[in-house]
Design a protein around this ligand. Structure first.
Ligand SMILES: Nc1ncnc2c1ncn2[C@@H]1O[C@H](COP(=O)(O)OP(=O)(O)OP(=O)(O)O)[C@@H](O)[C@H]1O
Ligand SMILES: [Mg+2]
Length: 493
C-alpha cells in the first residue's frame, strides 16, 4: 500500500513538474496545443483543408520567430528561439521556487507553526492554528541570468533587525553566493532580495598588461588633454554572485584597505593605482615602508614619496590644492567638479598611503617628538582630504593592517569615519572586522577563504549599500607594469 502511495506521489510530482515546464515553455506549448486542437476537431471534419490550415499556422509561427524587424533570416530564427528557451528556463526556475517555497520556509524555521502562534482572537483554537502552518507570503520571484530576485513578506512577529539574517539564510538555502536586500519601496514590510548565483573564481588575472605588453607606461611627459579629465570608476574585481566591484571616488571619496599581512592589500593598491594612472588621474603614493614595491608608479607618470618630511609636504600641497579647487568651485557657483563643463575640470588626484600606521601612529617618546608633530599633521591633512576631497576630486586611499583608531593618529576616529569605502583583504580578526565593516558583519568573514586576493568590500559606490560582499581582487603582477623592454633580470644585472 505504502509503495503504491509512494509511486502515486512521485508520479504526481513528475506530472506537476512536466506541466509547470509546459506552462513555462508557452512559446512552444500554446501553439502545439492549438495545433493538436485543430487537428483533433477540424481535421476529421474538413479533411485536407483542415491539415492545410495547421500547416499555414505552423509556417506563420516559424516566420514570426524568423522576423528581425527588416525581413526574415535564419539567424533571427536561431536567436529568437534561443531567447525564448532562456525565458522558459527563467520562468521554470521561478515556478520551481514558488512550489518549493513552503518546504523552504519549513526548513528555515519560518513557519508560524515553529514558534508559538499569537493568541487567538477569532475564536479558533490554538491547536487548529498550529496544525495549519503558514509560510511567509511569497510576493514575487524572478530569475534573470545569474541572479534571482525574490520578494517575500516575513511573519508579522519578525523583528526587522533579523531581516539580514533571513536574507543570508535564504541565500545559503538556495545555494547563492551573494545577497543584497532592501525593504520593497512600494510595499513596506516586504523584503526584496537579489541573490547572486555565480561563484567567485579563486584567481583572476587583470586584463591588459598581463596579456603581453598591451598597457605600456603612460609617460609623465605626455600631457593629458584637460577636456579628457574623467570621472574615475576603479574596478577591483569580480563580485560574488556576478558583476564587478567598482569604487566610484566621486560618490564615495575615501577608501580604507585593511587586512593582516600578506592578505593582498599591496596587490589591491597596485591594480587600483594602475587604473587611475591609465585613466589620466594624478597619482601620489606615500610608502613609509620604503621597499621597491611601488617603484613602478614613477614609470607610469605617478609620484612616489619617501621620507616623513617629504610625505607631509605632499599632503600640505594636496590640502592647498583642495582649498584652491574649492575656491574655484565657489567662484563658478558649482557644488562639485563633476558639475563643471568637461573643459573646466581639473584632473582627479588619488593619494595612496600604504602602511599608514607607519606614517600616522604617534611614538610618544622624547626622541620622536618632532616626528610625532609631523605625524599628527599628516593625520589631520589626510582627514581634511577625506572630508572635503569628494567635491574637489582629491581622493585618499589608506591601507594598514588593522584600522584601530590609535594606529591612525590623533585624528584617527575622524579619519576612519571619513574613509567610507572599505576593503578587507585576506584576513582580519573579529574586532578588526567590526572596525572595518561595522558591527554585525562577523559572519561574513567565512567568505575570506584564504585564497590570495579574496576580499570583503563595502560601500564602494552609492548603489552598494552598507552590506559587505565578497570580491576576488584582480591580480596585476608588478612585472607587467615595468616599462616595455625592461626585464627584472636586467634590473639586477
Ligand atoms: N589579487 C591577488 N590575486 C592573487 N594573488 C594575490 C593577490 N593579491 C596578493 N596576492 C598574493 O599574495 C601575496 C602578498 O600580497 P601583498 O603583498 O599584496 O600583501 P599585503 O597585504 O600588502 O601584505 P603586507 O601587509 O605584508 O604588506 C602577493 O605576493 C601575491 O602572491
Ligand atoms: Mg603591503
Amino acid at each position: 500500500m505504502s509503495t503504491v502511495l509512494g509511486l502515486a506521489r512521485v508520479g504526481g510530482r513528475a506530472l506537476g513538474g512536466a506541466l509547470a515546464y509546459l506552462v513555462a515553455w508557452r512559446a512552444f506549448s500554446v501553439p502545439a496545443l492549438a495545433a493538436v486542437f485543430v487537428l483533433v476537431f477540424s481535421g476529421p471534419l474538413f479533411g485536407l483543408p483542415g491539415w492545410l490550415l495547421v500547416a499555414v499556422l505552423g509556417l506563420v509561427a516559424v516566420l514570426a520567430h524568423a522576423d528581425h524587424g527588416r525581413g526574415f533570416s535564419l539567424d533571427a530564427l536561431v536567436h529568437n528561439v534561443g531567447e525564448s528557451m532562456e525565458r522558459t528556463r527563467r520562468r521554470h526556475a521561478a515556478t520551481r521556487l514558488r512550489r518549493r517555497w513552503p518546504a523552504a520556509c519549513r526548513e528555515l524555521g519560518w513557519d508560524t507553526a515553529e514558534g508559538d502562534p499569537p493568541p487567538s482572537s477569532t475564536g479558533r483554537s490554538r491547536e487548529s492554528r498550529r496544525q495549519r502552518p503558514r509560510s511567509p507570503g511569497l510576493r514575487h520571484v524572478e530569475h534573470l541570468g545569474d541572479t534571482l530576485r525574490i520578494a517575500w513578506r516575513p511573519r508579522g512577529d519578525t523583528n526587522p533587525k533579523q531581516w539580514r539574517e533571513h536574507a543570508e539564510a535564504l541565500r545559503r538555502h538556495l545555494g547563492g553566493h551573494s545577497v543584497r536586500f532592501a525593504e520593497d519601496p512600494r510595499e513596506p514590510g516586504t523584503i526584496l532580495a537579489t541573490i547572486g548565483l555565480r561563484a567567485l573564481p579563486v584567481h583572476d588575472n587583470a586584463p591588459g598588461p598581463v596579456d603581453g605588453q598591451a598597457a605600456a607606461p603612460t609617460l609623465a611627459s605626455e600631457p593629458l588633454a584637460v577636456h579628457q579629465a574623467p570621472t574615475l570608476a576603479v574596478e577591483l574585481g569580480q563580485r560574488a554572485g556576478g558583476g564587478v566591484a567598482v569604487w566610484r571616488p566621486s560618490e564615495v571619496n575615501g577608501l580604507l584597505v585593511v587586512g593582516a599581512t600578506g592578505g593582498g592589500k599591496g596587490g589591491c593598491l597596485r591594480y587600483l593605482a594602475s587604473q587611475c594612472l591609465a585613466a589620466g588621474a594624478v597619482v601620489h603614493v606615500i610608502d613609509p615602508k620604503g621597499t621597491g614595491e611601488h617603484a613602478w608608479v614613477t614609470d607610469h607618470g605617478g609620484h612616489l614619496h619617501r621620507g616623513l618630511e617629504r610625505q607631509v609636504e605632499v599632503l600640505r600641497v594636496l590640502a592647498d590644492e583642495l582649498r584652491a579647487r574649492c575656491a574655484d568651485l565657489a567662484a563658478l557657483g558649482a557644488e562639485k567638479i563633476g558639475d563643471l563643463p568637461p573643459r573646466l575640470r581639473p584632473q582627479p588626484v588619488v593619494c595612496v598611503v600604504d602602511e599608514a600606521a607607519d606614517l600616522l601612529t604617534l611614538r610618544r617618546v622624547g626622541t620622536e617628538k618632532a616626528a610625532d608633530e609631523l605625524r599628527a599633521e599628516a593625520g589631520s591633512l589626510l582627514t581634511l582630504l577625506a572630508q572635503q576631497g569628494r567635491a574637489a576630486w582629491i581622493h585618499p586611499v589608506v591601507a594598514l593592517q588593522r584600522p584601530d583608531v590609535q594606529a591612525l593618529g590623533p585624528a584617527g576616529g575622524a579619519l576612519r569615519a571619513q574613509l567610507v569605502a572599505r576593503v578587507v583583504a585576506g584576513s582580519i580578526d573579529d574586532d578588526g572586522c567590526d572596525q572595518a565593516l561595522g558591527v554585525g558583519h562577523r559572519e561574513q568573514l567565512v567568505h575570506l577563504t584564504g585564497h590570495p586576493g579574496r576580499a570583503l568590500v563595502a560601500r564602494l559606490a552609492h548603489a552598494d549599500g552598507a552590506q559587505p560582499y565578497p570580491v576576488q581582487v584582480r591580480w596585476l603582477p608588478v612585472d607587467a607594469l615595468r616599462p616595455v623592454g625592461v626585464r627584472p633580470a636586467e634590473l639586477v644585472a
